[in-house]
Design a protein around this ligand. Sequence first.
Ligand code: FRU
Length: 448
Amino acid sequence: MSEEHRPAYHLLPPSGWLNDPNGLGQRDGTFHAFYQYNPDAPVHDRICWGHATSDDLVRWRHEPVALRPDTPADADGCWSGVLVDDGGVPTLVYSGHREGELQQACLATGSSDLRTWTKDPANPVLTAPPDAGVTVFRDHCVWREDGRWRMLVGGSLHGRGAAMLFTGPDLRSWEYAGPLLVDDGSVGPGAPDWPGTAWECVDLFEVDGTHVLAFSAWDDDRLMHALALTGRHAGDRFVPHARHRLDLGRLTRGPRRGQAAFYAPQSFRDERGRRVLVGWLPEDRPEADCVAAGWAGVLSLPREVTVRPDGTLHQEPVAEVATLREELVHDGPADDLLLDGERLDLELDVRLPPGGRVTLVLRGVEHRLGRHGDGAWLERDGTGGPVPLDADRVAVRALVDHSVLEVFAGGVPLSSRSYAVAPTTVSARGAEVSGRAWTVGPAGPAQP
Ligand code: FRU
């Protein structure tokens, strides 16, 4: 599979289909990433859990498939979920999928190296509460609080996005505590941060003292965007204060044009205390091209999430990404730069006075950074959003890995894809740019 578009320093399976990251975590120093996986073809069907391990979050080893759809409760797919530690026993909580039914929560317990998994005979351990108006019910966020387990399940209540809360003394007996939060309908379709009609992949966490409820807004099979609400979580309630897009990127060319280019993120707290977020970067080309290539879907680079003093979220690739750099190919003024190479890492310091503009062309795709009132605006193909300015300056990081493009401007990411083979250029008008650029080595697991 020597295909020019295949990423070489992002995590993807040897072949077949990948969607959501699952069961992210670190145990005894080793990072684990599981993911929605169809080993048989690059299409979403009969989903298994793929598994990879790493010592540094950027160099991954493929591990045996962790879960396959082979029991009555998950006969047609092992959908998204999480890894928890149940009194020392590694345990996966995932959504068992049966065609035509709402998903149901299932468990599997693992060996200490997380390579061998045994499904719980009690599966499913939870089904959607009857008569509650639930029309979508899947994906899990599970934690311990006050000596009890708590679980959020994402979905839809009476046609509105919701995170449903369950509590239990163990992972096998759950009680419905009601919705932690239901969309209030105040932001409608068409808004760039519309919460959709169902919430997938709910994730509740705390970072820098702020509570964050992240989810992926879904609407009738359209993957809208990954959002995060910052606010206050206490007991059975989450009070949102502000809503943020977790990535500005949208697909622009393929059959899912207009939909999220970064979707279904999950986060975990690593052993150093960092909040690390990883999402799924879908393909932006026709299915026939994916079938010809033999693969589809890749995980984003892991990002460290922090909260700025103004309460907004800041994301940047984890520091380990810089260890993949090979050759320094530029150092200095960069307002008229041309670089060859299919794997690049650019770190730019942009001074953007009013009226200034910087154009970054990555693999033939124009990314424009311009002024927008007191802040800046980053866009690709007319899709984008606001970026904070710090005394007229923006720190830009741009990562190219064959067809994967990830741009971070002022800690705001815009992910996308390009299947053009073209050089990278930087140009500026009324702005100053300087910085460094490196080629990046292949770092993925051994390619087949
Ligand atoms: C999000 C999602 C999840 C589901 C999984 C199925 O992309 O639809 O809600 O569990 O993918 O693969």
